[in-house]
Write a protein that binds this ligand. Structure first.
Ligand code: SF4
Ligand code: ZN
Length: 738
């Protein structure tokens, strides 16, 4: 450890702890020690305290203890001649700094100023953590960068984040350099910043950088099964993050107008020391002292003097990220970082579909000799012949051939069209099949984006991702309002055939299910068993998806598992499935029931779309989706429930599920099935109505739908039971749940 950095970090930590102590004293004087302190929607209290100290901070008074711990970690600033051969003092200073920064940021939620302000987003709640977590799991996001400071020019800032987005790297932004922050530069350039675009501005003060680290801390606890407050927790987080979370810090500020001591201040060194505790290296464009490899990161801890234009390549190298940049032959940037981007009406050049025009997407297999590989044909007007601000039809027909390709794969590959098109910068895409909605922005139009580029990018992506099963791809795009009619009618027929097939599949008809272990990169003991009637809990993997995925890559995350002898048909337990799960969960799970949530239920990794929870007073269950922010009738929010059931452990009475499972005939069938559902969050109920109503009709129970309460009817057990009595809900008179 360079002694300059060690002294700066220790000095910075002293100052930060003092600041936190002052802020706390002031808050206590104003509000008293019993005043509650919490971040919004989290089950992890103040995550840094929870992880490092095992402390569940709930009141201002609790923070006194946290800061005492922080203070005890402060060493004396080393005398300037002293040579420190190891990182100890600075690492402790780093932890002290994080504890102090967490205190300062949390106090803002009590006394203000509100950390959520303008472009600044403040703390990331658990719902977003889980949603983004899955992207880290399945590789859509290779890692994250925390940017502190600003670049010399706005253009450099734009180029830098565009390049990170193209590599699908999540970007956190915090702090400033000489009063200027990169997020402000991006805002001036009209760049959209939010979780969907992978650009997350936390706050202008350096203290808000702690949110990137409490995000990493919660990932370690949620997915890595690291026990909070374990005396070994610090080492475990380091190992977990070092092996699984590819993150780095970019400390920027080479602006010649900014005095040097304001560029990388002592507080920033102290925060950097905090990041090094997580195994995250710091890369800077400023001439700061370097720290070369030693025990902590196994790679360089601090690398200085890297020009902004080269900083990404250098960071990727230092941190060892696996990045595949795809060169897609279109005139706009392309990458997962653009997937969630919206195109607002004012920024739109033309649009297609939604309620305005006909639009659809279809992927079909064809004999190889009927496909001219790479051919893209546009039938109807090109963008040049369209009027700005107008809506036009858009029918996209993708035809593929490959010796290994099967009809079952059509819908699997077709479903990827959404992701493929959305990843183009300045293109908005929503929906699938015949309910698509697409916009081309003025900016991408100006850069030369045309209708035919939809075809070009689909050809490139499909070849790229499905080379083992697809040899030829051609695309026909209809923009003519008359000529789209016939292919649209044909597409509708295909969709309805497919639905009949999937609906016709039942668990009893197949001898084998599929496994998914994709989430093991984060939740090492979790295995999903995916059956025709119960999809993976993340909602992204159906039986057919897993089957296709296995055929595409035998060594991938999915494989067939023969059911073997049936142990209990009603509860859904089979000998081979048990044996498989026992092995793959590293012995943590010996058996499980596919159709019961009460007895040996399936485990959850953390990325479930919904949670089903028992409501004992109502003799039934509730289902809440992750976007629901309010309290549920079991007295817990989604985030609290989620905190209790993730991490690959069985929690009878609670399961994580995918939305499609709600309308399945096997939905908790061993516990009484769909009639047990007494409450659903409103948005979820609306969303699944399209499938749930036909299902209820099938079993002659259409009236059940209206009897299921939502937050508009009740948010606590007693009013819920009252409501259920009023509407005559069947759960009240069913057998006791346990
Ligand atoms: Fe993770 Fe299960 Fe989804 Fe696979 S199916 S990605 S293991 S949640
Ligand atoms: Zn998962």
């Amino acid at each position: 450890m360079s002694r300059i950095i060690a002294s700066a970090a220790i000095r910075g930590a002293h100052r930060m702890v003092e600041r936190a102590e002052e802020a706390l004293a002031k808050a206590i004087e104003e509000k008293g020690k019993d005043c509650a302190v919490a971040y919004p929607n989290t089950a992890y209290y103040l995550p840094i305290m929870y992880l490092f100290l095992g402390q569940k901070v709930e009141k201002l008074g609790d923070l006194e203890e946290s800061l005492q711990e922080a203070r005890s970690l402060l060493h004396d600033v080393p005398a300037s001649e002293l040579w420190l051969p190891y990182l100890g003092g600075a690492l402790d200073a780093g932890v002290a700094t994080l504890l102090a920064e967490e205190t300062i940021e949390a106090l803002k939620c009590v006394t203000g100023p509100n950390p959520v302000d303008g472009i600044w987003l403040g703390y990331t709640d658990d719902a977003i953590l889980r949603k983004q977590g899955i992207k880290l799991v399945d590789g859509r996001m290779p890692g994250f960068a925390a940017i502190v400071g600003c670049t010399n020019t706005n253009q450099e800032a734009v180029d830098l984040v565009r390049a990170l987005q193209e590599r699908s790297i999540l970007v956190f932004m915090a702090g400033n350099s000489g009063g200027r922050a990169i997020a402000e530069q991006l805002a001036e350039e009209g760049i959209e910043m939010n979780w969907d675009t992978f650009l997350v501005p936390y706050g202008k003060e350096i203290t808000s950088a702690v949110h990137a680290l409490n995000f990493a801390a919660r990932s370690a606890m949620t997915f890595g099964g690291i026990a909070p407050g374990d005396i070994d927790a610090a080492r475990q987080i380091l190992l977990y993050n070092k092996d699984r979370v590819y993150a780095f810090v970019l400390a920027l500020g080479s602006d010649p107008d900014v005095p040097e001591d304001q560029v990388i201040t002592d507080e920033k060194y102290a925060t950097a020391a905090g990041a090094i505790n997580f195994g995250f290296p710091v890369i800077s464009d400023v001439n700061i002292p370097e720290i070369l490899p030693s025990g902590i990161c196994t790679y360089e801890h601090v690398v200085a003097n890297v020009p902004v234009a080269e900083i990404i390549n250098r960071s990727v190298e230092v941190r060892g990220l696996q990045i595949k940049i795809e060169k897609i032959p279109i005139p706009v940037p392309y990458g997962a970082g653009f997937e969630g981007e919206r195109v607002r009406k004012e920024d739109m050049h033309v649009q297609f579909g939604s309620k305005y025009t006909d639009a659809f997407e279809l992927l079909r297999m064809k004999p190889a000799d009927q496909i001219d590989d790479g051919k893209v044909e546009v039938i109807g007007p090109e963008v040049e012949e369209m009027t700005e601000g107008e809506a036009y039809p858009l029918g996209v027909v993708v035809e593929v051939a490959g010796r290994e390709f099967q009809k079952d794969f059509e819908s699997v590959v077709e479903r990827r069209i959404h992701e493929y098109i959305s990843c183009a910068n300045g293109i908005f895409h929503m929906g699938q099949r015949a309910i698509t909605w697409v916009r081309i922005s003025k900016d991408s139009h100006a850069k030369g984006f045309r209708i035919r580029h939809f075809g070009d990018l689909l050809v490139a992506k499909i070849h790229n991702d499905f080379s083992t099963i697809i040899d030829r791809v051609q695309v026909t795009i209809y923009t003519d309002p008359e000529k789209i009619k016939e292919p649209l009618a044909a597409a509708r027929e295909v969709y309805s055939h497919r639905d009949d097939r999937i609906r016709g599949m039942s668990d009893d008809d197949v001898d084998q299910f599929y496994s998914c272990v994709l989430c093991q990169s984060y939740a090492p003991n979790h295995v999903c068993i995916v059956t025709p009637e119960r999809l993976g809990l993340c909602g992204a993997y159906t039986f057919l998806d897993c089957k296709a995925s296995y055929q595409i890559d035998e060594h991938g995350p999915n494989e067939p598992v023969a059911k073997g002898a049936c142990i209990d048909a009603e509860k859904g337990q089979w000998q081979n499935i048990n044996a498989y799960v026992a092995t793959k969960s590293n012995g943590n799970l010996q058996k499980f029931n596919a159709y019961s949530m009460m007895e040996d239920p399936m485990t959850s990794c953390g990325c479930f779309e919904c949670i089903v929870a028992i409501v004992p007073e109502a003799n039934g269950v509730l289902i809440v989706d992750r976007d629901h922010q309010g309290i549920t009738p079991v007295g817990m929010k989604f985030s609290t429930l989620a905190g209790q059931i993730g991490g690959g452990v069985q929690t009878p009475g609670f399961i994580g599920i995918g939305k499609l499972y709600i309308s399945s005939a096997k939905f908790i069938s061993a516990d009484g099935g769909i009639e047990r559902v007494v409450w659903m969050s409103k948005a979820l109920k609306d969303e699944v109505a399209g499938r749930l109503l036909p299902r209820l009709k099938e079993i002659g129970k259409e009236d059940l739908f209206d009897k299921i309460a939502t937050e508009e009817d009740a948010e606590a057990p007693d009013p819920l039971v009252e409501y259920l009595e009023k509407v005559g809900h069947p759960a009240l008179t069913m057998d006791p749940m346990f």
